[in-house]
Ligand binder design. Structure first.
Ligand code: DAH
Length: 345
């Protein structure tokens, strides 16, 4: 055992000389001084010796253990202090900037639209994405079993005995933000001036210009004598602020069950100022929204007296507007989560 002790002592000294960095010392500790290390094993076997022998060898072993431990420590500190400058930590250097997220281009532009409308006295309202058929269709004057319900490619929610349920109990993913008009009018007193940004859902095959879910911004303005002229003025003001350019608006007759008269709204092309380019398919105009004067039945269904109150509503497909603004050619980019795309905004 004495011989073994000597050997260990010599081996450690030899190996210390070979240690180049802290990791080497760590291995040395492990090899000799850890629980499974050579010195510890030797201490274990001391227990088997007679009391006399154990006392003398034991104190010698302890002395050597201390001497070697100190030696390793001193050498270790020396190596550490002269070690590679690359490991030197300078607390005064500025830190690495962590990558943090930012606002999605759709949200960012919706926030901008909100700001502009709020400047004109509109409040921003939200409504449920899981809607019932009454709010989504019936209250908005969609005739029963009218193809318009299918036209909107509705995503119907599976429910037990669905056909026996009332319209207010039958659930759909809202196909447009228009039902929020009803929800708001039923719970507030006119006059109204609201916009409703939000996500809507359609059962459609996806391609560069179609997604199963997309964003709309709905608008509603009801007062004593609101006319189409007010609508035109508000919209021109909005588009000009949004694009930061002078734009013109034109209305074309259209059909929606919830407005009468109804129109499609075109805006003069912001890329070519109406001269005709590839963005506007050479027409000089871009279709930006559906709108109309709110149908008296819709007001009645919402508890508003159509003899006293009137006004306009509009709904715009927001994705397409943001795509035009930034020349984005595929709507799916908004929902793909590709950071190479998102980081550009
Ligand atoms: N809800 C219509 C759609 O999704 C858009 C719309 C058109 C909304 C005319 C309106 C409106 O409020 O007056 O296609």
């Amino acid at each position: 055992m004495e011989k073994e002790l000597k050997e260990i002592s010599q081996d450690i000294r030899k190996e210390i000389a070979l240690c180049k960095d802290i990791d080497d010392f760590w291995l040395l500790h492990k090899k000799y001084l850890s629980k499974e290390g050579r010195l510890s094993i030797l201490f274990q076997s001391l227990k088997k010796l007679s009391t006399d022998k154990r006392a003398s060898l034991g104190s010698e072993a302890n002395r050597i253990k201390k001497e070697l431990t100190d030696l390793i420590k001193t050498k270790e500190i020396k190596v550490d202090q002269s070690s590679n400058l690359d490991d030197y930590f300078d607390p005064t250097l500025p830190g690495k900037k962590p990558a943090i997220g930012h606002i999605h281009p759709l949200t960012k532009s919706i926030n901008r639209a909100k700001m502009i409308f709020e400047g004109m006295g509109f409040s921003t309202i939200e409504g449920p994405e899981l809607e019932d058929e009454w709010h989504n269709f019936d209250a908005l004057n969609f005739p029963k079993d009218h193809p318009a319900r299918e036209m909107q490619d509705t995503l119907f929610i599976k429910q037990k005995n669905r056909e026996k349920l009332l319209e207010k109990e039958r659930l759909v993913m809202r196909t447009h933000t228009s039902p929020v008009q009803i929800r708001y009018m039923l719970t507030h007193k006119p006059p109204f001036r609201i916009i409703v940004p939000g996500r809507v859902f359609r059962n459609e095959a996806t391609d560069a210009s179609h997604e199963v879910n997309f964003y709309q911004i709905e608008g509603l303005m009801i007062d004593k004598d609101i006319s189409v002229a007010n609508f035109k003025a508000i919209m021109e003001n909005f588009w000009q602020s949004f694009y930061g350019k002078k734009v013109k608006i034109r209305l074309r007759p259209s059909f929606f069950p919830f407005t009468e008269p109804s129109f499609e709204v075109d805006m003069s092309c912001t890329s070519c100022k109406g001269r005709g380019c590839s963005v506007c398919s050479k027409t000089g105009w871009l279709e930006v929204m559906g709108a109309g004067m709110v149908h008296p039945n819709v007001l009645k269904n919402s508890g508003v007296d159509p003899k006293k109150w009137q006004g306009f509503a509009f709904g715009m497909g927001w994705d397409r507007i943001v795509m035009m603004k930034y020349s984005i050619d595929d709507v799916r980019l908004f929902y793909g989560g590709d950071l190479r795309f998102l980081k550009q905004f």
